[in-house]
Design a protein around this ligand. Structure first.
Ligand SMILES: CC(C)(COP(=O)(O)OP(=O)(O)OC[C@H]1O[C@@H](n2cnc3c(N)ncnc32)[C@H](O)[C@@H]1OP(=O)(O)O)[C@@H](O)C(=O)NCCC(=O)NCCS
Length: 177
């Protein structure tokens, strides 16, 4: 598996796969909103190369499969690094991909010289899917904030769970090393 930063020269089919994975998990438009925000850095996790020959078009090639997406944000004034969005393809979950994506971003944020690293993890269906992954990597849970992403969502960018008025809870984690 390899982790590639966007915008690398990502083929269109992988760009579309990334958008579908992110938007289907969190809500329409999130992928491109993160792409437009210059403080946010995005990566995709790719399973390398399967060969395909299309008998109809007579085209062949080697294709990667997008298995995960993650992003991180830097708040320069506060020297704060944030592990933002993490999502792994449902069929590939619990295989250590999320863990690799956390380690990759932690290393990257440390190289950028941030003082503090936090993560705002989604509390959904009575659980925090990212909790174990964060704790395994040296994060500690702090507070829970209801409606944390409320101002990010509206009619154009609805939350996958609540629609335009997001009441989802974020569990705040801080990296202790
Ligand atoms: C959270 C998520 C990214 C984890 O990715 P993953 O590749 O499955 O994670 P890993 O395989 O590296 O597992 C890391 C640890 O978390 C645990 N874990 C993974 N998914 C979990 C889940 N849904 N609920 C509870 N624990 C989970 C694993 O058991 C593992 O712990 P262990 O090694 O101590 O047993 C993935 O479940 C996902 O995409 N969820 C939906 C989107 C989401 O909620 N993202 C987080 C938003 S902040």
């Amino acid at each position: 598996m390899k982790i590639i930063e966007i915008p690398a020269k990502l083929p269109l089919y992988l760009f579309i796969a990334g958008e579908e994975l992110v938007d289907n998990t969190f809500g329409e438009g999130l992928f491109f909103r993160q792409t437009w925000d210059s403080s946010i850095h995005q990566w995709v996790a790719l399973e390398e190369g399967w060969y395909n020959y299309d008998i109809d078009t007579n085209l062949n090639g080697t294709y990667d499969e997008l298995v995960g997406y993650c992003s991180a944000q830097i708040n320069q004034e506060e020297s704060l690094g944030i592990l933002k969005t993490s999502v792994v393809n449902l069929s590939r979950q619990k295989n250590g991909i999320g863990d690799v994506m956390v380690k990759h971003r932690l290393k990257w944020l440390q190289e950028q010289g941030v003082q503090t690293i936090k993560s705002y993890a989604w509390f959904v269906d009575g659980a925090v899917p990212a909790q174990k992954m964060l704790i395994n990597n040296g994060f500690e849970p702090k507070d829970d904030i209801k409606g944390y992403w409320n101002d990010h969502h509206n009619k154009n960018f609805p939350c996958k769970v609540c629609g335009s008025n997001c009441k989802c809870i974020a569990r705040i984690f801080e990296y202790k090393g």
